[in-house]
Design a protein around this ligand. Sequence first.
Ligand SMILES: NC(=O)c1ccc[n+]([C@@H]2O[C@H](COP(=O)([O-])OP(=O)(O)OC[C@H]3O[C@@H](n4cnc5c(N)ncnc54)[C@H](OP(=O)(O)O)[C@@H]3O)[C@@H](O)[C@H]2O)c1
Length: 259
Amino acid sequence: MDLQPTFHNKIALVTGSGRGIGKAIALHLADCGADVIVNFLKNQAPAEETARQIREMGRRAIVVQANVAKEDDITRLFGAIEETFGGLDFFISNAASGFNRPAMTQKVMGWDWTMNVNARSFLFAAQAAVPLMEKQGGGCMVAISSPGSHRVMPDYVAVGASKAALESLTRYLAVELAPRNIVVNAVSPGLVETDALNFFASLKDSNTIPNAIANTPAGRLVQPEDVANVVSFLCSPAAAMIRGQVIIVDGGYTLIVPR
Ligand SMILES: NC(=O)c1ccc[n+]([C@@H]2O[C@H](COP(=O)([O-])OP(=O)(O)OC[C@H]3O[C@@H](n4cnc5c(N)ncnc54)[C@H](OP(=O)(O)O)[C@@H]3O)[C@@H](O)[C@H]2O)c1
């Protein structure tokens, strides 16, 4: 039985989709039939490569540079979507960034940057997405969170707080947007080997990844495609009664109490 949803004639925005998990989500939604808006901040070449792969599948793709932390950029991004596609069905808030350091040495600039990219962006991009989704008769939003929203990870205070805010926004938007036929949820992946991990000095030269595998009941690290599968399920009619939830995709890692 083929469980892959069908998204023909659907239009999807995936922020931060040139690399990592965002790229896997963009390719998966395209593989299900959706046209995709690929967004990046600084790295154009990988974003163009994501779009090339989507077009190779016979789908439409545009690439839009935009810093999701900036209101003007959000306006320009959604303007480009309206101009090219006329509407939007799926908004996947995946882009994230962070100044990782201990709480006692965190800076105002690092806090503001992290909160604005990871959390504030979801609220204001959602405001811009709603009119485009209403044109389609409704839509789905999925925010990509992290276990740092409720667990304490090294140097992760700003990102953790931003992800907690993101999960709270998910619940508020799920309730407020339900009457407009817009479904809002979040996905929280366990450790996924992407470029993001290179910024965690504590992960380099350590046993973090082998330990994570050893402590994951499913026996392996989460792959970007595992996250993409759950995102596309949450965008499908089969998930219509899941609202405002944070779905953990970690192979059971957080179930185990360390001895
Ligand atoms: N990797 C993990 O282990 C893990 C675990 C749990 C949750 N997550 C979450 O999963 C999501 C994706 O993570 P990842 O590991 O795939 O990240 P990544 O490899 O670092 O990629 C981040 C993506 O976000 C884009 N981006 C960053 N800041 C942006 C901004 N201000 N505006 C627009 N785009 C921006 C980057 O664009 P450029 O290419 O232009 O820089 C890049 O495409 C994030 O929300 C992250 O918190 C990851």
